[in-house]
Design a binder for this molecule. Sequence first.
Ligand SMILES: [Fe+2]
Length: 84
Amino acid sequence: MFLDSYTKKHFTDEEKVMTANKCPLEEVNKQQHAIFISKLEEFQSRFEKENASAALTLAVQQELMDWFVNHIVKIDLKMKECVK
Ligand SMILES: [Fe+2]
C-alpha cells in the first residue's frame, strides 16, 4: 500500500515538472508510469490471492530492478537536462 500511494504521488509530481518544463520525454514518461501502475495493481491482486509468496516477492523485486535500470536511469535522470 505504501509503494502504491508513494508511487502515484511521486509520478504525479514528476509529470507536473516535466509538463511545466516541456521535457521531450514527457509522454514516454507518462506512458511508462501508467504501465508501472498497472503492474503494481497486478501485484496487489496477486498479493490478495497468494500473500507474500516467494514467486510474487521475486516478481516484485525483478520489476523494481527493471524499473530502476530502464526507467529511472533512462528517463527520469534525463529530466535534469530540461528542468530550468
Ligand atoms: Fe518517471
